[in-house]
Write a protein that binds this ligand. Structure first.
Ligand SMILES: NC(=O)c1ccc[n+]([C@@H]2O[C@H](COP(=O)([O-])OP(=O)(O)OC[C@H]3O[C@@H](n4cnc5c(N)ncnc54)[C@H](OP(=O)(O)O)[C@@H]3O)[C@@H](O)[C@H]2O)c1
Length: 340
């Protein structure tokens, strides 16, 4: 009898779908809504699915917007938009990726031990890129790379203002703009961040807490202003960014770290015929071909030593609240990663 009970319990254990640890939110709010929970592990259900055992998962500002409700998502939800690890299993249509491959992926819920992603947004890691570097570089790297080539095409000799130049995206933008032969003016909020922005290639660094950004930019550019501004800070810097742009210049407004920009009268752009772009990475890497091409080009830059990936800190998955707080409170420089 006892033997049969043990056998039955073993059988039931193998039948039940395995669980995994994940960070889930059931309602929008502060970091306290991030719950470390046990939930069912995702399974392959579609022919293009890839199931990945995560090694590292990227933390991005968009995760904060999803958590806070600034960007609405269906709830409950596992947060996270990128990660890297090893392939566990694949759907029937997936031929170029096999179990055991090391990969990086974009777009699927990643704050978990396992993630199911669409093969369209899964990239097999080349020699020279490990899962840590891949997870640390994908979303922010593709953002910076597509924004300097597609949103505004940076040219040699341009003057470019980069707000939050020591941040994740800002640090990568600074390196890329400099490598194109343009001049970078970066803004930061502390002397430590100023040092980092200089190391990334900023020719001039303005401390936004103690200096007048417009005055400094005009002095540096002989009162002409800059050809383009990259601004991921949003609400707090919009006016300053517009004032710093020269006639016929461009504003690439790509984020809201300080808050969402309120409704804005586009007539204001006519004062200098400014071009305004509000790009989203997702629309530059929408097709499989775009995602694969830009990711390959990004990794080539890293492998060839042209783009340096700076990791701020690796947090345990159950320390995710701290990661969100550090990012929102301007404490970080470079990339925040989670590990299961
Ligand atoms: N459009 C897209 O597709 C896309 C893709 C990726 C990221 N983004 C956006 O890009 C922005 C930057 O993302 P990131 O991950 O690279 O972050 P991050 O730049 O590492 O962190 C944000 C930085 O913004 C600056 N900041 C100024 N005022 C702030 C405030 N009130 N609260 C918080 N930060 C403030 C801080 O730098 P200082 O202390 O030096 O001022 C802070 O370190 C975010 O808005 C993000 O959503 C957009």
């Amino acid at each position: 009898m006892l033997f049969n009970v043990i056998k039955l319990s073993r059988f039931l254990k193998t039948m039940a779908s395995p669980n995994m640890k994940a960070i889930q939110i059931k309602n929008a709010g502060g970091p306290e809504v991030l719950k470390y929970e046990e939930i069912p592990r995702p399974e392959i259900t579609e022919p293009d699915d890839v199931l990945i055992k995560n090694h590292f998962m990227g933390v991005n500002f968009i995760d904060i917007y999803h958590r806070s409700g600034d960007y609405k998502i269906p709830l409950p939800a596992v947060l996270g938009r990128e990660g890297a690890g090893v392939v566990d299993s694949v759907g029937n249509n997936v031929k170029d990726i096999v179990p055991g491959n090391q990969v990086v992926y974009f777009g699927s819920p990643s704050y978990a031990e396992y993630t199911k992603a669409s093969s369209k947004y899964v990239f097999k890691l080349p020699e020279g890129i490990d899962t840590k570097t891949a997870a640390a570089s994908l979303l922010q790297g593709l953002t910076a790379y597509t924004f300097v080539t597609q949103a505004y095409s940076v040219k040699k000799g341009d003057w470019i203002l980069i707000q939050a130049a020591a941040g994740g995206v800002g640090g990568l933008l600074t390196q890329l703009v400099k490598s194109f032969g343009a001049h970078v003016i970066g803004t930061v909020s502390s002397p430590e961040k100023a040092e980092l922005a200089k190391k990334s290639g900023a020719e001039h660094v303005i401390n936004s807490t103690s200096q007048d950004i417009v005055k400094e930019v005009m002095q540096i550019t002989n009162n002409e202003g800059v050809h383009a501004v990259y601004d991921g800070v949003g609400k707090a810097t919009l006016e300053t960014s517009l004032t710093c742009i020269r006639r016929l210049g461009s504003l690439i407004s790509y984020g809201n770290a300080s808050g969402m920009i309120p409704p804005f009268n586009i007539y204001k752009l006519s004062e200098k015929n400014i071009k305004l772009a509000r790009p989203s990475l997702g629309n530059y890497i929408y097709t499989k071909e775009e995602f694969q091409q830009y990711t390959k080009e990004l990794f080539d830059l890293i492998i060839n030593g042209k783009l340096n990936i700076k990791i701020w800190k690796i947090y345990k998955l159950n320390e995710v609240r701290q990661a969100h707080e550090d990012l929102a409170q301007r404490k970080t420089t470079g990339k925040l990663l989670l590990e299961p």
